[in-house]
Design a protein around this ligand. Structure first.
Ligand code: GLU
Length: 347
């Protein structure tokens, strides 16, 4: 059976894309596709199967990363009989839930969220572990980034007390990271005036002075953070330090620091700002055919240098590193590629 034969998933999505285009849809929650006509190998023109990668906000790093993956695969869409489109979403938790529900085939998600979803903790507590979630590969490192107006006097995470702070939308990866960071320094959400909007909205609110600070778990350099640091309101990236015990309590977090050379417009004088984070990962589900996951894995790894060059957050990316940091079982389609190429062997 061909990949297309197994993949009865795309046509409705294609109609949605075309309808949105026809209506001139301008929603930021948009799908992009390389081309919408058929590849030919699936048969009828206009019935090309679509495979969707759920990403994050369009100002984040997930969105261009998803686009880079789609570009790799779509160069050979004739061969595979499907094409990849990218969807902007609310972030990691949304993506995991959509993948596990079978609404989409791939999602980018923080490694900590992958860990929690397969164990049924954090957002999944009482809602059930996402047992069908499968890991494909890891991507760039992400850091919980706290950005505050310089005029607020916030110089440390503990200074957030009493301030109006965006911890992130429901569905985002950063929401739980923000709560964990606050908890680690003895702050309760009720000690702050909490806002729960997407990073792209938080950026505007910070600029207007409607919030004092916001948290964003993102790869660096981040175009959104750069934009925040270049606006008329002077902002600074605030250290999230002294949270060492978190690395014992939560094995999915690692210490991390932000290179301020990426943000010359920020008020910071120091070269590096301490925080913590983890890796972004690509996830899929056990219901997605092996051939589809194999094709995506193969295209990214076979064109690794090209892939790496498409995104500045990939500066440290290595093939071996892309196999690390997973909690869900590796999807058999990805595993086939790793076994064929010997990537799993330790040298
Ligand atoms: N880490 C964020 C989240 O999971 C998304 C960051 C991005 O879009 O680059 O919600």
């Amino acid at each position: 059976m061909t990949v297309c034969g197994k993949l009865k998933i795309g046509f409705v999505g294609l109609v949605v894309v075309l309808l949105l285009a026809a209506c001139g849809g301008t929603s930021p929650e948009k799908k992009t596709s390389q081309k919408s006509e058929s590849s030919g190998s699936c048969g009828t023109v206009g019935e090309s199967s679509l495979v969707t990668i759920a990403t994050g906000g369009i100002s984040g790093v997930y969105y261009p990363v998803g686009t880079a993956i789609a570009n790799m695969v779509n160069r050979n869409r004739d061969r595979y009989g499907f094409q990849v489109v990218v969807e902007s979403t609310g972030g990691s938790v949304f993506n995991i839930n959509a993948v596990a529900a079978g609404d989409i085939q791939f999602g980018i998600a923080q490694a900590d969220r992958q860990y929690q979803a397969v164990r049924g903790i954090a957002e999944w507590q009482g809602r059930g572990a996402r047992k069908n979630l499968r890991a494909v590969f890891s991507l760039h490192p992400e850091t919980l980034t706290l950005i505050a107006g310089d005029d607020t006097g916030i110089r440390d995470i503990r200074d957030l007390k009493g301030h109006r702070v965006n911890i992130g939308n429901h569905g985002s990866g950063q929401r739980q990271n923000s709560l964990d960071a606050l908890n680690a320094v003895g702050l309760k959400p009720s000690d702050l005036d909490i806002v729960e909007v997407k990073a792209i909205e938080a950026l505007e609110l910070l600029k207007e002075g409607a919030i004092d600070a916001f948290f964003y778990t993102v790869g660096h350099p981040s175009p959104a953070i750069r934009k925040a640091t270049e606006g008329p309101r002077k902002v600074r990236i605030v250290p999230i330090g002294d949270v060492g015990h978190m690395f014992v309590l939560y094995p999915f977090y690692v210490p991390s620091r932000i290179d301020m050379a990426n943000y010359p417009g920020a008020a910071n004088e120091e070269e590096w700002v301490d925080s913590f984070g983890g890796k972004a990962t690509l996830v899929s589900s056990s219901d997605v055919p092996d051939a589809v996951v194999y094709a995506v894995t193969r295209e990214v790894f076979e064109n690794f240098e090209d892939f790496k060059a498409q995104q500045s957050a990939f500066s440290e990316l290595t093939k071996k590193g892309m196999l690390q940091g997973q909690s869900a079982p590796i999807h058999p389609g990805a595993m086939r590629y790793y076994e064929e190429t010997g990537l799993l062997r330790s040298e």
